[in-house]
Design a protein around this ligand. Structure first.
Ligand SMILES: [Zn+2]
Length: 251
């Protein structure tokens, strides 16, 4: 009996030791976590740097999965960046696509589903249902229903830093409104056309109700990153190893 009690005390001691030693590390790891954000454009057979072949996207997603990465939704990313208490996988990653090409539905969407991944698509809203090379409203709705996220890439893809305030206001307000009406969910993120922004762009984005802005500056995002200066790691047709590209990106 005495032996049993000693054994019980020992086990309790070990459990307490594990809690004391391990839990603070977990808390530190969670707050210090950085989230890489990838940016793709077209997925198809066009021969240019901004088009990746479908096989490459598939290979990238498998490579990410094999290295422990798990894709997260834009909502989770926005909440993390705004300091909310959000549950993240061990190695979270946000996969984004700019310019809302139709091949994102045709080619990328099935590959994402096949690999149980989610992604975020930044839409040029004026082109929806108007340009056959871009996503239609029906495609956007179908993708959203399958867990994909959407953000604004403005109405017309005008570089915002070159325009007067009223123009920037309209680009940000009407693209947000279009997607919110289409999807029935709040749209809180914008990807700046050509990644270009300045202090005034951010000021107007905040006034229009955005919480997060995506650039094309290379790097990873932590909670210390300004939420309107989110860095992204571009994936080009010639990016051989997406995990190496993440590892080489500045912190
Ligand atoms: Zn763009």
């Amino acid at each position: 009996m005495k032996k049993f009690t000693n054994c019980g005390v020992k086990v309790l001691y070990i459990i307490l030791l594990i809690i004391v030693l391990y839990v603070p590390n977990v808390v530190v790891a969670a707050s210090a976590k950085s989230i890489p954000v990838l940016v793709y454009h077209r997925v198809g057979d066009t021969a240019d740097a901004l088009t990746v072949k479908p096989e490459k996207l598939r290979g990238d997603l498998i490579n990410l999965k094999n290295n422990g990465y798990q894709t997260i939704s834009l909502k989770v990313f926005e909440e993390y960046m705004s300091g909310k208490d959000v549950e993240l996988p061990d190695k979270p990653i946000l996969v984004t696509f700019d310019d809302s090409y139709q091949d994102n539905y045709e080619n990328a969407f099935p590959i994402l589903k096949e690999n149980q991944c989610v992604a975020t698509f930044f839409v040029i809203t004026w082109l929806v249902d108007r340009n056959q090379d871009r996503l239609t409203s029906a495609e956007i709705k179908a993708m959203a229903a399958a867990g994909m996220s959407f953000g604004s890439h403005t109405v017309s893809h005008t570089v915002l830093v070159d325009k007067p305030d009223f123009w920037v206001q309209n680009e940000l307000a009407y693209s947000k409104q279009f997607l919110e009406e289409l999807l029935g969910t709040p749209i809180c993120s914008v990807a700046y056309p050509e990644g270009k922004f300045n202090a005034n762009t951010i000021k107007i984005a905040i006034e229009q109700g955005y919480s997060t802005g995506f650039t094309v500056e290379p790097g990873k995002s932590t909670r210390q990153t300004a939420p309107f200066k989110v860095c992204r790691i571009p994936v080009f047709s010639y990016t051989l190893d997406v995990v190496k590209a993440i590892n080489n990106a500045p912190d």
